[in-house]
Design a protein around this ligand. Structure first.
Ligand code: AMP
Length: 287
Protein backbone atom coordinates (compact mmCIF):
# COMPACT_ATOMS: atom_id res chain seq x y z
CA UNK A 1 0.00 0.00 0.00
CA UNK A 2 1.27 3.46 -0.86
CA UNK A 3 0.37 6.72 0.85
CA UNK A 4 -0.52 9.80 -1.18
CA UNK A 5 -0.90 13.27 0.31
CA UNK A 6 -1.82 15.42 -2.67
CA UNK A 7 -4.65 15.48 -5.20
CA UNK A 8 -2.09 15.37 -8.01
CA UNK A 9 -0.40 12.37 -6.37
CA UNK A 10 -3.55 10.30 -5.93
CA UNK A 11 -4.71 11.12 -9.47
CA UNK A 12 -1.31 10.14 -10.89
CA UNK A 13 -1.42 6.86 -8.95
CA UNK A 14 -4.86 6.10 -10.42
CA UNK A 15 -4.12 7.16 -14.00
CA UNK A 16 -2.80 3.74 -15.05
CA UNK A 17 -5.62 1.70 -13.52
CA UNK A 18 -8.21 4.10 -14.95
CA UNK A 19 -6.73 3.83 -18.46
CA UNK A 20 -6.78 0.04 -18.08
CA UNK A 21 -10.50 0.34 -17.13
CA UNK A 22 -9.88 -1.16 -13.73
CA UNK A 23 -12.60 -0.36 -11.19
CA UNK A 24 -11.76 1.97 -8.32
CA UNK A 25 -13.37 1.82 -4.87
CA UNK A 26 -13.11 4.63 -2.30
CA UNK A 27 -13.67 4.28 1.45
CA UNK A 28 -13.74 7.75 3.04
CA UNK A 29 -12.78 7.75 6.74
CA UNK A 30 -11.60 10.08 9.46
CA UNK A 31 -9.14 7.45 10.71
CA UNK A 32 -9.06 5.73 14.12
CA UNK A 33 -9.93 2.68 12.04
CA UNK A 34 -11.95 -0.11 13.64
CA UNK A 35 -13.73 -3.22 12.34
CA UNK A 36 -16.63 -1.06 11.08
CA UNK A 37 -14.31 0.86 8.74
CA UNK A 38 -12.44 -2.32 7.84
CA UNK A 39 -15.69 -4.05 6.81
CA UNK A 40 -16.07 -1.27 4.22
CA UNK A 41 -12.47 -1.74 3.03
CA UNK A 42 -12.98 -5.52 2.71
CA UNK A 43 -16.20 -5.02 0.76
CA UNK A 44 -14.38 -2.61 -1.56
CA UNK A 45 -11.55 -5.19 -1.91
CA UNK A 46 -14.14 -7.84 -2.91
CA UNK A 47 -15.85 -5.60 -5.45
CA UNK A 48 -13.15 -3.35 -6.97
CA UNK A 49 -9.75 -3.72 -8.64
CA UNK A 50 -8.15 -0.79 -6.81
CA UNK A 51 -9.07 0.23 -3.25
CA UNK A 52 -8.41 3.75 -1.98
CA UNK A 53 -8.95 4.56 1.71
CA UNK A 54 -9.02 8.26 2.48
CA UNK A 55 -8.00 9.46 5.92
CA UNK A 56 -8.96 13.05 6.64
CA UNK A 57 -10.29 14.48 9.90
CA UNK A 58 -12.52 17.10 8.34
CA UNK A 59 -12.53 20.28 10.46
CA UNK A 60 -15.59 21.60 8.59
CA UNK A 61 -17.91 18.97 10.07
CA UNK A 62 -17.02 19.52 13.73
CA UNK A 63 -19.14 22.10 15.48
CA UNK A 64 -17.04 22.06 18.67
CA UNK A 65 -13.30 22.83 18.57
CA UNK A 66 -12.78 20.58 21.62
CA UNK A 67 -14.42 17.63 19.80
CA UNK A 68 -12.08 18.15 16.83
CA UNK A 69 -9.04 18.43 19.11
CA UNK A 70 -10.01 15.25 21.00
CA UNK A 71 -10.60 13.19 17.83
CA UNK A 72 -8.31 10.13 18.04
CA UNK A 73 -5.44 10.20 15.48
CA UNK A 74 -2.81 7.55 14.76
CA UNK A 75 -1.93 7.43 11.07
CA UNK A 76 0.71 4.69 11.36
CA UNK A 77 -1.74 2.33 13.06
CA UNK A 78 -4.47 3.22 10.54
CA UNK A 79 -2.09 2.58 7.65
CA UNK A 80 -1.27 -0.91 8.98
CA UNK A 81 -4.96 -1.76 9.40
CA UNK A 82 -5.99 -0.40 6.01
CA UNK A 83 -3.20 -2.33 4.30
CA UNK A 84 -4.11 -5.55 6.12
CA UNK A 85 -7.74 -5.16 5.04
CA UNK A 86 -6.66 -4.83 1.40
CA UNK A 87 -6.25 -1.12 0.65
CA UNK A 88 -3.91 -0.25 -2.23
CA UNK A 89 -3.67 3.48 -1.59
CA UNK A 90 -4.03 5.51 1.61
CA UNK A 91 -4.98 9.06 0.65
CA UNK A 92 -4.11 11.22 3.66
CA UNK A 93 -4.06 14.87 2.60
CA UNK A 94 -3.17 17.69 5.00
CA UNK A 95 -5.90 20.26 5.76
CA UNK A 96 -4.30 22.81 3.40
CA UNK A 97 -4.57 20.39 0.45
CA UNK A 98 -8.33 20.00 0.96
CA UNK A 99 -9.07 23.59 1.99
CA UNK A 100 -6.40 25.81 0.39
CA UNK A 101 -6.37 29.56 1.06
CA UNK A 102 -9.36 31.20 -0.55
CA UNK A 103 -11.59 28.12 -0.39
CA UNK A 104 -15.18 29.43 -0.51
CA UNK A 105 -17.59 26.72 -1.70
CA UNK A 106 -20.15 24.83 0.38
CA UNK A 107 -22.32 21.91 -0.72
CA UNK A 108 -25.67 22.00 1.06
CA UNK A 109 -28.28 19.25 0.71
CA UNK A 110 -31.62 20.76 1.69
CA UNK A 111 -34.40 18.90 3.52
CA UNK A 112 -32.65 15.67 4.50
CA UNK A 113 -30.09 17.53 6.60
CA UNK A 114 -32.59 19.49 8.64
CA UNK A 115 -33.81 16.75 11.01
CA UNK A 116 -32.18 14.39 13.49
CA UNK A 117 -28.40 15.07 13.47
CA UNK A 118 -28.87 18.30 11.52
CA UNK A 119 -31.35 19.61 14.08
CA UNK A 120 -29.10 18.72 17.03
CA UNK A 121 -25.63 19.45 15.64
CA UNK A 122 -26.56 22.42 13.46
CA UNK A 123 -26.61 22.76 9.68
CA UNK A 124 -22.84 23.28 9.44
CA UNK A 125 -22.23 19.58 10.23
CA UNK A 126 -23.81 18.15 7.10
CA UNK A 127 -22.56 21.05 5.00
CA UNK A 128 -19.06 20.03 6.11
CA UNK A 129 -19.75 16.37 5.32
CA UNK A 130 -21.38 17.06 1.93
CA UNK A 131 -18.60 19.44 0.90
CA UNK A 132 -15.71 17.13 1.83
CA UNK A 133 -17.34 14.02 0.35
CA UNK A 134 -18.03 15.86 -2.93
CA UNK A 135 -14.38 16.93 -2.98
CA UNK A 136 -13.07 13.43 -2.18
CA UNK A 137 -15.24 11.94 -4.94
CA UNK A 138 -13.88 14.52 -7.39
CA UNK A 139 -10.28 14.06 -6.22
CA UNK A 140 -10.28 10.26 -6.47
CA UNK A 141 -12.98 9.64 -9.10
CA UNK A 142 -14.05 6.22 -7.79
CA UNK A 143 -16.56 3.93 -9.50
CA UNK A 144 -17.97 2.97 -6.10
CA UNK A 145 -17.79 4.77 -2.74
CA UNK A 146 -18.53 2.88 0.48
CA UNK A 147 -20.36 4.26 3.52
CA UNK A 148 -21.71 2.73 6.72
CA UNK A 149 -25.36 2.36 7.67
CA UNK A 150 -24.16 3.31 11.18
CA UNK A 151 -24.35 6.91 9.95
CA UNK A 152 -27.70 6.42 8.21
CA UNK A 153 -28.48 10.08 7.71
CA UNK A 154 -25.01 10.77 6.33
CA UNK A 155 -25.44 7.89 3.85
CA UNK A 156 -28.85 9.27 2.78
CA UNK A 157 -27.37 12.75 2.32
CA UNK A 158 -24.52 11.37 0.19
CA UNK A 159 -26.87 9.27 -1.97
CA UNK A 160 -28.92 12.44 -2.52
CA UNK A 161 -25.97 14.67 -3.43
CA UNK A 162 -24.48 12.06 -5.78
CA UNK A 163 -27.82 11.81 -7.60
CA UNK A 164 -28.50 15.55 -7.61
CA UNK A 165 -25.02 16.47 -8.88
CA UNK A 166 -24.90 13.61 -11.44
CA UNK A 167 -21.70 12.30 -9.90
CA UNK A 168 -20.59 9.22 -11.85
CA UNK A 169 -20.26 7.00 -8.79
CA UNK A 170 -22.28 4.23 -7.14
CA UNK A 171 -22.85 4.81 -3.44
CA UNK A 172 -22.77 1.53 -1.48
CA UNK A 173 -24.13 1.41 2.06
CA UNK A 174 -22.74 -1.34 4.31
CA UNK A 175 -24.25 -2.88 7.50
CA UNK A 176 -23.35 -1.63 10.99
CA UNK A 177 -20.60 -3.63 12.71
CA UNK A 178 -21.09 -4.09 16.46
CA UNK A 179 -19.18 -5.29 19.50
CA UNK A 180 -20.26 -8.70 20.83
CA UNK A 181 -22.66 -7.03 23.28
CA UNK A 182 -24.32 -4.96 20.56
CA UNK A 183 -22.60 -1.58 20.93
CA UNK A 184 -22.11 -0.11 17.44
CA UNK A 185 -18.39 0.37 16.78
CA UNK A 186 -17.40 4.04 16.70
CA UNK A 187 -14.13 5.94 16.89
CA UNK A 188 -15.72 7.79 19.81
CA UNK A 189 -16.09 4.60 21.89
CA UNK A 190 -12.47 5.03 23.08
CA UNK A 191 -13.75 7.96 25.18
CA UNK A 192 -16.19 5.72 27.11
CA UNK A 193 -14.74 5.34 30.60
CA UNK A 194 -15.80 2.98 33.41
CA UNK A 195 -19.56 2.67 33.80
CA UNK A 196 -20.14 4.70 30.62
CA UNK A 197 -19.17 1.69 28.48
CA UNK A 198 -22.08 -0.28 30.03
CA UNK A 199 -24.46 2.70 29.83
CA UNK A 200 -23.58 3.12 26.15
CA UNK A 201 -25.55 -0.08 25.51
CA UNK A 202 -28.66 2.03 26.14
CA UNK A 203 -28.78 3.03 22.46
CA UNK A 204 -28.92 -0.58 21.24
CA UNK A 205 -31.36 -1.48 24.02
CA UNK A 206 -33.60 1.38 22.92
CA UNK A 207 -33.51 0.17 19.31
CA UNK A 208 -34.17 -3.42 20.42
CA UNK A 209 -37.15 -2.29 22.50
CA UNK A 210 -38.53 -0.38 19.51
CA UNK A 211 -38.06 -3.50 17.38
CA UNK A 212 -39.75 -5.59 20.07
CA UNK A 213 -42.75 -3.26 20.12
CA UNK A 214 -43.10 -3.52 16.33
CA UNK A 215 -42.72 -7.32 16.48
CA UNK A 216 -45.48 -7.40 19.13
CA UNK A 217 -47.81 -5.62 16.71
CA UNK A 218 -47.43 -1.98 17.77
CA UNK A 219 -47.79 0.34 14.76
CA UNK A 220 -48.06 3.75 16.43
CA UNK A 221 -44.73 5.57 16.07
CA UNK A 222 -45.18 7.49 19.33
CA UNK A 223 -45.72 4.27 21.30
CA UNK A 224 -42.70 2.64 19.62
CA UNK A 225 -40.53 5.64 20.48
CA UNK A 226 -41.80 5.53 24.06
CA UNK A 227 -40.83 1.84 24.36
CA UNK A 228 -37.34 2.74 23.15
CA UNK A 229 -36.96 5.65 25.55
CA UNK A 230 -38.17 3.56 28.51
CA UNK A 231 -35.52 0.90 27.77
CA UNK A 232 -32.82 3.60 27.65
CA UNK A 233 -34.04 5.13 30.90
CA UNK A 234 -33.41 1.77 32.62
CA UNK A 235 -29.69 2.40 31.96
CA UNK A 236 -30.04 6.02 33.05
CA UNK A 237 -29.66 7.45 29.54
CA UNK A 238 -32.01 10.03 28.05
CA UNK A 239 -31.76 10.28 24.25
CA UNK A 240 -31.30 13.58 22.43
CA UNK A 241 -33.72 11.98 20.02
CA UNK A 242 -35.18 8.55 19.38
CA UNK A 243 -37.29 8.87 16.26
CA UNK A 244 -39.22 6.65 13.88
CA UNK A 245 -38.71 8.13 10.39
CA UNK A 246 -38.98 7.21 6.72
CA UNK A 247 -35.83 5.34 5.61
CA UNK A 248 -35.20 7.63 2.61
CA UNK A 249 -36.67 11.05 3.44
CA UNK A 250 -35.98 10.80 7.20
CA UNK A 251 -39.29 12.51 7.93
CA UNK A 252 -41.23 11.47 11.04
CA UNK A 253 -43.94 8.86 10.45
CA UNK A 254 -47.12 8.47 12.48
CA UNK A 255 -47.63 4.77 11.80
CA UNK A 256 -45.41 1.89 10.72
CA UNK A 257 -46.96 0.72 7.44
CA UNK A 258 -43.69 -0.09 5.61
CA UNK A 259 -39.98 -0.06 6.37
CA UNK A 260 -38.95 2.62 8.87
CA UNK A 261 -35.64 3.83 10.24
CA UNK A 262 -35.40 4.13 14.00
CA UNK A 263 -32.59 6.59 14.75
CA UNK A 264 -31.20 7.43 18.17
CA UNK A 265 -28.60 9.83 19.57
CA UNK A 266 -27.54 10.23 23.19
CA UNK A 267 -24.76 11.60 25.30
CA UNK A 268 -23.19 9.00 27.55
CA UNK A 269 -20.99 10.93 29.93
CA UNK A 270 -19.05 13.31 27.69
CA UNK A 271 -19.40 11.10 24.61
CA UNK A 272 -22.12 11.65 22.02
CA UNK A 273 -23.18 8.42 20.30
CA UNK A 274 -25.60 7.58 17.48
CA UNK A 275 -27.14 4.33 16.28
CA UNK A 276 -30.07 3.19 14.16
CA UNK A 277 -31.91 0.20 12.80
CA UNK A 278 -34.32 -0.45 9.95
CA UNK A 279 -37.57 -2.14 10.97
CA UNK A 280 -40.39 -3.49 8.87
CA UNK A 281 -43.90 -4.34 10.01
CA UNK A 282 -43.55 -7.88 8.63
CA UNK A 283 -40.92 -8.53 11.29
CA UNK A 284 -37.73 -8.25 9.28
CA UNK A 285 -35.12 -6.44 11.34
CA UNK A 286 -31.68 -5.18 10.36
CA UNK A 287 -28.31 -4.62 11.99
P1 AMP B 1 -15.84 7.96 10.17
O1 AMP B 1 -14.38 7.67 10.17
O2 AMP B 1 -16.48 7.91 11.51
O3 AMP B 1 -16.20 9.19 9.37
O4 AMP B 1 -16.50 6.74 9.38
C1 AMP B 1 -16.06 6.41 8.09
C2 AMP B 1 -17.06 5.45 7.49
O5 AMP B 1 -17.15 4.27 8.28
C3 AMP B 1 -18.48 6.04 7.43
O6 AMP B 1 -19.09 5.69 6.19
C4 AMP B 1 -19.16 5.37 8.57
O7 AMP B 1 -20.57 5.25 8.40
C5 AMP B 1 -18.50 4.00 8.57
N1 AMP B 1 -18.63 3.37 9.88
C6 AMP B 1 -18.33 3.91 11.09
N2 AMP B 1 -18.65 3.05 12.09
C7 AMP B 1 -19.16 1.94 11.48
C8 AMP B 1 -19.68 0.70 11.97
N3 AMP B 1 -19.74 0.42 13.27
N4 AMP B 1 -20.12 -0.19 11.06
C9 AMP B 1 -20.09 0.08 9.73
N5 AMP B 1 -19.61 1.23 9.21
C10 AMP B 1 -19.15 2.15 10.08
Amino acid sequence: MRTERTVAGVRAALRGPRLAERSIGLVPTMGALHEGHLSLVRRARDECDVVVVSLFVNPAQFEEAADLAAYPRDEARDADKAAAAGADILFAPPVGEVYPAGFSTTVRVAGLTEHLEGAHRGTAHFEGVATVVTKLLNMVGPDVAYFGQKDAQQAAVIRRLAADLDLPVRIATCPTVRDADGLALSSRNVHLRGADRERALALKRGLDAAAGAVAAGERDAGAIEEAGRAAMARLGVEPEYLAVVGPDDLLPVQRVDGDVLVAVAARVGPTRLIDNTILSPDGRGAA
